[in-house]
Design a protein around this ligand. Structure first.
Ligand code: T46
Length: 135
């Protein structure tokens, strides 16, 4: 099964422009209760981010402006996708290594997270990640 799992959002557009609304309890849009929202922006040119996995955290990442390239790796396969649509979110499950590359100047990546911030949940070493997968 592919690591690239999109959730599509309903667009509430009219002649003035577009709007996406995400509400707690909208299971089809976000398959967990959202405990935290953060966004990544003004990423410096040529800088890549991520390079970690999470033990318990599930996330939906939405590129609300600009674009970037997301790489997901479950220790067996490595897949990538461009993120450039504000009407779909990329579901990133637990124990998936992620890297973000090629941010455009205007990229804003909004992330909905299933848990509060917890540094202890991060696996920041790829070799430890592989050990965790194989344990
Ligand atoms: C992820 C990818 C997609 C906080 O204090 N609270 C937070 O909620 C977050 C997300 C980060 N931080 C602190 C921790 C670091 O000192 O902000 C700093 C930058 O975080 P980090 O280096 O982890 O950022 P990215 O862009 O590498 O990764 C982030 C998320 O941390 C991560 O969960 O999946 O975006």
């Amino acid at each position: 099964m592919s690591l690239i799992k999109w959730v599509d959002f309903q667009t509430l557009g009219d002649h003035r422009g577009s709007l996406v609304a995400l509400e707690i309890g909208m299971e089809k849009a976000v398959p967990f209760d959202i405990k935290r929202v953060y966004y990544i922006y003004h990423t410096a040119e040529g800088v890549s981010r991520g390079f970690h996995a999470h033990h318990n955290l599930r996330q939906v990442a939405i590129c609300v402006a600009g674009k970037c390239r997301m790489v997901l790796d479950d220790g067996v396969k490595r897949e990538e996708t461009w993120m450039s649509s504000p009407t779909r979110g990329l579901l990133i499950e637990t124990m998936v290594w992620r890297e973000m590359h090629d941010f455009s100047d205007d990229c804003v990546l909004l992330v909905l997270a299933s848990e509060h911030y917890d540094e202890a949940d991060y696996i920041r070493s790829y070799s430890e990640f592989l050990e965790g997968i194989r344990a």
